[in-house]
Design a protein around this ligand. Structure first.
Ligand code: S3P
Length: 173
């Protein structure tokens, strides 16, 4: 089985994915890191030098490649992955793939992203808290229609990581 964790930036996809992979003894791949390794440069650099559309093409190509060639894998994708290039359909139609939406509230996401935006090209330039709040609010609203299509949804607000991982494991049984 391949488990794909989806959700907005800073929803915990990578950190929870890593923990989950250890618990169930599956391999773990973070799609952004995978792209960075294959392309030999950071996601920010790809955005800066080639633009977002180029990044979205790479993202879609590598997503398909991983899905086609893996098993017993936890894959955390980027916040935008399900929203472009028909990727959510690819995820939903693939045999052997379970998709899980890690749902966090706007409030929690804004709080985390305020501290953590420099490596995220879509929000790195947003200067004030009010503007960041407005951007994330709209963006999350637009993207939710993709995230909500996941096979399983797990609310993460105010839950310790350990508890979320337990919930994740129980959905795989
Ligand atoms: C993006 C999210 C990032 C990364 C890129 C674009 C997005 O991943 O793929 O900066 O469109 O939401 P994280 O969700 O891991 O931050």
């Amino acid at each position: 089985m391949i488990v794909i964790l989806i959700g907005y930036m800073a929803s915990g996809k990578s950190s929870l994915g890593k923990l989950l992979s250890k618990k169930v003894n599956y391999q773990f791949i973070d799609l952004d890191h995978y792209i960075e390794e294959k392309e030999n440069r950071s996601v920010s650099e790809i955005f800066r030098t080639e633009g977002e559309i180029y990044f979205r093409k790479l993202e879609s190509v590598y997503l398909k490649k991983i899905i086609e060639n893996s098993n017993n894998l936890i894959l955390s994708v980027g916040g935008g992955t399900p929203c472009y290039s028909g990727n959510m359909d690819t995820i939903l139609k693939a045999k052997n793939v379970k998709s899980i939406y890690l749902q966090a509230s706007l409030e929690k996401l804004v709080k985390r992203l305020k501290r953590n935006k420099s490596k995220r090209p879509l929000i790195a330039h947003i200067e004030t808290d009010a503007l960041l709040n407005e951007f994330i609010g709209k963006h999350l609203f637009e993207r939710s229609q993709f995230y909500e299509q996941a096979n399983i949804k797990i609310a993460t607000d105010n839950k310790p990581k350990k508890e979320i991982v337990k919930e994740l494991v129980s959905t795989l049984l």
